[in-house]
Design a protein around this ligand. Structure first.
Ligand code: SAM
Length: 397
């Protein structure tokens, strides 16, 4: 077994091996494994029957792999799951982990976060997400697809689960019972009450972007929910660093890597009307928000296109040495080591994608030390602007 693959015990002598995406070394703490006690608690609690099951928010495929593995034997035939996630990266990890365990990936129907699952669903096995707005949206979207008496079994680590998560289950699904804690994880089981009077679905939030002269929508689970990020603001105010491209006489290709609702992509397109701008994000809700925003204000026909695509960084969607400009406000919310790793992989991908002379423009929290990584990759990087919290860095290939 390679160093970054860990084994999850399913009881009765069954195990699955799991790997995160991006992989982390096995020497890292338990918190950085591809599964945790909440996944194991869900798997040992959910009955092993043929109920029509939806798995939601599975982080690296531990739940899908565990359920499929325990469904082996006579019940395997015809056993299928719906798998609902807003993370393209989680989807790739799930696929890899099913293949690595010899499990039948065709038994899993992936439903991306911007779509609704198909009913009737008899059981939902749900990892409680970090965003309560996203949890509420998911629960309200589930209701029309739940069978009478359906159960939503939700799990999370106790220290990451606010009481409000359980209240949402009760308010959006029906009567909810919480379990005892097990290895610092807790489950809650909500039984569907179709007579419950619930709020309507969560509406997208709107953020004003004065420099674009418009507001942009952010769907639940999209970055910048309710307010424009401070780092984004700083990069928007310093985009003159790319103005040279506006004068280019040849077609310009630009990428907004980790585009969220598309705010930086739209700003680049405004400065460089001839640029073809591609926004990439691993969140399906982010891409759907960005597409909503693009559709709301169509680009004049003589301007370059602004398009958006769900992907894990750039490697699978952009030819090497084909891009003039990459703008990037990388994620910083995952645990520190992982956030640095994800950003670092994004910068390496950006370097591969850039033409010689092409520019990478990054905004980040100062304490994250991205300048050092850019120096390793590009030889040098320049500070465009720095505040007490944020820095905008520029590097050229
Ligand atoms: N550019 C937007 C803005 O400034 O408002 C969003 C920036 S937010 C800090 C980082 C974004 O990167 C999130 O939308 C997140 O979903 C996305 N992201 C994280 N990891 C990614 C990956 N491996 N590939 C593509 N996007 C990723």
């Amino acid at each position: 077994m390679s160093a970054d693959v860990t084994e999850m015990d399913l009881g009765e002598g069954r195990t699955v091996t799991l790997q995160r995406r991006p992989p982390v070394r096995a020497t890292t703490p338990d918190a950085l494994r591809a599964f945790d006690a909440a996944d194991r608690y869900l798997l040992k609690t959910v009955p092993q029957d043929r109920a029509a099951t939806l798995v939601a928010n599975d982080r690296f495929g531990a739940l899908a792999a565990g359920l499929l593995m325990t469904a082996q034997g006579p019940r395997r035939d015809g056993y299928a799951l719906q798998w609902w996630s807003d993370s393209h990266r989680a989807r790739l990890a799930m696929d890899d982990n099913l293949v690595a365990n010899g499990l039948d990936a065709t038994a899993v129907t992936v439903v991306t976060g911007d779509k609704d699952p198909a009913g009737p669903i008899e059981r939902v096995v749900l990892r409680l997400p970090k965003s309560l707005v996203w949890l509420e949206d998911q629960l309200l979207r589930l209701r029309p697809h739940l069978a009478a008496g359906a159960q939503v079994v939700a799990g999370g680590m106790i220290k990451h689960t606010p009481r409000r998560a359980y209240e949402l289950l009760e308010a959006c699904i029906g009567p909810t019972k919480t379990s005892l804690g097990w290895k610092k994880a807790r489950l809650a089981t909500a039984t569907f009450d179709d007579a419950l009077v619930c709020r309507p679905r969560v509406a997208p939030s709107r953020v004003d972007v004065p420099s674009l002269g418009r507001s942009l929508v952010v769907r639940p689970n999209g970055f910048s929910w309710g307010r424009l990020d401070l780092g984004t603001r700083l990069l928007l105010a310093n985009l003159q660093a790319v103005e040279g491209l506006a004068a280019s006489t040849r077609p310009v290709a630009a990428v907004d890597l980790g585009c969220g609702n598309g705010v930086l992509a739209f700003a680049v397109a405004q400065i460089c009307p001839n640029a073809a701008v591609l926004g990439i994000d691993e969140s399906y809700q982010a891409i759907a928000s960005a597409r909503d925003n693009a559709a709301a204000v169509p680009r004049p026909g003589d301007h370059g296109p602004v398009t958006f695509e769900a992907a894990d960084a750039l490697a699978s969607v952009v030819e090497p040495a084909s891009i003039d400009l990459v703008v990037c406000n990388p994620p910083f919310h995952e645990q520190h080591a992982v956030a640095e790793r994800v950003a670092s992989d994004m910068f390496a991908d950006a370097r591969r994608a850039l033409r010689p002379g092409g520019q990478l423009l990054v905004v980040a929290n100062r304490h994250l030390g991205h300048a050092e990584r850019l120096k390793q990759l590009f030889g040098r990087s320049a500070v465009v602007v720095a505040t007490s919290k944020f820095v905008v860095l520029s590097a050229r290939r």
